[in-house]
Design a protein around this ligand. Structure first.
Ligand SMILES: *[C@@H]1O[C@H](CO)[C@@H](O)[C@H](O)[C@H]1NC(C)=O
Ligand SMILES: *[C@@H]1O[C@H](CO)[C@@H](O)[C@H](O)[C@H]1NC(C)=O
Ligand SMILES: *[C@@H]1O[C@H](CO)[C@@H](O)[C@H](O)[C@H]1NC(C)=O
Length: 290
């Protein structure tokens, strides 16, 4: 007990002696091209502050004269209240990843970590699909050109698909960029959007690619009984307005000949026959089905 107290007291004392400056944040993650800011707050008298990127001096600040020398226009500094200086790297590059050091000459230096991520693209391949209830539909998604390896997530309607339901494969391409691929098979139960989302931690919202899956319960030959087309259910992060169909869709003669070909069923052959009815999309053109 006494020993514990002694250790705590000692460590407090060590901290008090070492607390001559503070560099924050200790770790920062930004997207390439984004701005990185670090604040160095000296807690003692100083004359020269030097900022280093991966060991190379890029900015010098004099307490008396302010910023003295900056090697690039992308590197600047702003004076904050009191003695603090904010180091600003305006447009981060991948090679800036690493150590950011604030060096109070002849006093102390502190180092923080800068991580620079790359936003790639995400593509859910293929067109909107049409499938008969109970059949399996395969979706294929690729997230290309990311750093580090992006997390990939599927959503069907507003349901997040659990990771056990799909496989992911990834490969690293040149310039240490990652491409992640995933296939998802969905049993057609309800019309919905199928979304593939890719993200890295610095991205505020994931990138998304989606296609529409329309589920038909059965095909009726005489075209008088409406097909059961459920209202569209959008993925939770989708920005589209909800789509309401005002009246039932009737299959054309050709549509009714579609065979449930399993995984890849594209748009209905011959299209839809819609007597004066289309989705509730404002200026939306008649005949376009989402
Ligand atoms: C400064 O500019 C040089 C040449 O344009 C470049 O190679 C270097 O990476 C830049 N440094 C920083 C910190 O952006
Ligand atoms: C994932 O891959 C394993 C082995 O290749 C396979 O057995 C399994 O069915 C796959 N799962 C999915 C959801 O594709
Ligand atoms: C997805 O399916 C395609 C075509 O069937 C195949 O070439 C690819 O390897 C699959 N990818 C994964 C991650 O299972």
């Amino acid at each position: 007990m006494v020993l514990h107290l002694l250790v705590i007291l000692l460590s407090c004392q060590i901290q008090a002696v070492g607390a001559q400056m503070k560099l924050s944040p200790e770790k920062l993650t930004v997207l390439r091209g984004g701005e990185a800011r670090f604040t160095c707050a000296p807690n003692t008298e100083w004359t020269v502050m030097v900022w280093l990127l991966n060991g190379k001096a890029v900015l010098t600040i004099s307490k008396e004269h302010g910023v003295l020398r900056s090697i690039n226009t992308t590197v600047t500094a702003e004076n904050k209240k009191g003695d603090s200086w904010v180091f600003v790297l305006k447009s981060t590059e991948r090679h800036n990843q690493g150590r950011v050091t604030c060096d109070l000459q002849n006093i102390d230096r502190k180092t923080a970590t800068l991580l620079v991520q790359e936003k790639g693209s995400v593509t859910l391949f293929g067109d909107d699909r049409l499938a008969f209830k109970g059949h399996t539909v395969l979706f294929e998604c690729q997230a290309a050109g990311w750093y580090p390896k992006p997390s990939l997530q599927w959503e069907v309607g507003d349901r997040k698909v659990s990771q056990g339901e799909y496989n992911i494969s990834s490969e690293e391409s040149g310039k240490s960029l990652f491409t992640v691929s995933s296939n998802l098979s969905v049993t057609a139960t309800k019309s919905s959007h199928v979304c593939c989302l890719a993200s890295v931690s610095a991205l505020p919202t994931p990138l998304k690619s989606s296609v529409r899956l329309t589920v038909v319960s059965e095909v009726v030959q005489d075209c008088t009984v409406p097909l059961a087309v459920t209202a569209s259910s959008l993925c939770s992060s989708a920005a589209h307005p909800a789509l309401h169909l005002h009246c039932p869709l009737l299959p054309t003669k050709e549509t009714s000949k579609i065979k449930p070909a399993g995984s890849h069923m594209d748009r209905p052959i011959g299209g839809w026959e819609k007597p004066g009815c289309w989705g509730d999309r404002g200026e939306g053109q008649p005949g376009i089905l989402y």
